[in-house]
Design a protein around this ligand. Structure first.
Ligand SMILES: [Zn+2]
Length: 62
C-alpha cells in the first residue's frame, strides 16, 4: 500500500483513520488504517460502512 492514491472523506475514529479512494478501475474502495505507533492495522473494504465498523471495533494492541 505504498502507492499514492487520492484519499478523500478521511475521518478519524479513535486511532484509526478511514478513507475512501478510487481504485482506478471504476470502483471506490475504503480503507481503515490505525495510526498508533506499533499497531500496523490496515485493511481495505468494499464499502464504507464496513470500513467504519472495522475502525470502531478495532482493539488497538499498541
Ligand atoms: Zn491500532
Amino acid at each position: 500500500m505504498a502507492v499514492y492514491r487520492n484519499f478523500r472523506d478521511r475521518i478519524r475514529i479513535g486511532p484509526v483513520q478511514v478513507a475512501t479512494y478510487y481504485d482506478g478501475r471504476g470502483r471506490n474502495k475504503h480503507t481503515a488504517a490505525c495510526t498508533a505507533p506499533g499497531c500496523g492495522f490496515s485493511a481495505d473494504y468494499p464499502d464504507r460502512s464496513a470500513a467504519e465498523l472495522a475502525a470502531r471495533t478495532h482493539r488497538c494492541k499498541a
